[in-house]
Design a binder for this molecule. Structure first.
Ligand SMILES: [Zn+2]
Length: 188
């Protein structure tokens, strides 16, 4: 049987440097000759599939945008482009079950997968996909931000503006990173 891919999961709150870490991995992989594709969830309709994503510190990463309700498109693109490594940025925007299946299919094909995303929403409820993948990963890294209220290690994201939908892009909502002691649930 062919060798299985290796699953790495980077989890943490917003501003913990998850995308920055992904950019570093992307550079290391490509420099070492591994073809690497990075996928990112977009809205329900994608006009330009190829683009770039920015980390909070303004570095950028070439990405392929995928409709957030169609994670299985990743398999289609991978079949055509045949990467050695697949990165998935902000995986919490994709649906739980279908995305988990996609990740396992990639691993079965011998492709190494790196997933990053939030472990908790702004109410401190788990994102199931991230929680499950974090448990199943061959390698897991929890990244921390700094609490805006006391400077301690922050593992929570607090929404401070922008509605009460569970998932809202940072362009519409405003978030800060806070420690558990200082976390408040935004009521809108
Ligand atoms: Zn604090």
């Amino acid at each position: 049987m062919a060798k299985k891919g290796h699953l790495t999961v980077l989890a943490g709150s917003m501003f913990a440097g998850k995308t920055t870490k992904l950019i570093t991995l992307y550079r290391v992989f490509t420099k070492n000759g591994y073809k690497t594709l990075c996928f990112k969830a977009e809205g329900a309709e994608v006009k330009d599939r190829k683009g770039k994503t920015n980390s909070h510190d303004e570095r950028n990463l070439p990405v392929t945008f995928i409709e957030n309700n169609k994670p299985q498109l990743i398999l289609k693109i991978v079949k055509k482009e045949r990467p050695d490594k697949v990165l998935i940025d902000s995986a919490q925007f994709f649906p739980d079950k279908a995305t988990k299946k996609v990740v396992f299919k990639l691993l079965d094909q011998g492709i190494d997968v790196v997933v990053n995303g939030l472990l908790y929403d702004y109410r401190r409820k788990y994102f199931r996909l991230m929680h499950e993948l974090f448990d199943l990963a061959d390698e897991r890294m929890e990244l921390f931000a700094i609490c805006e209220r006391c400077g301690a290690r922050a593992k929570n994201t607090e929404r401070v503006a922008g509605g009460t939908k569970r998932l809202e892009a940072t362009s519409k909502a405003k978030y800060i990173a806070v420690c558990t002691r200082h976390h408040k649930i935004y009521k809108g």
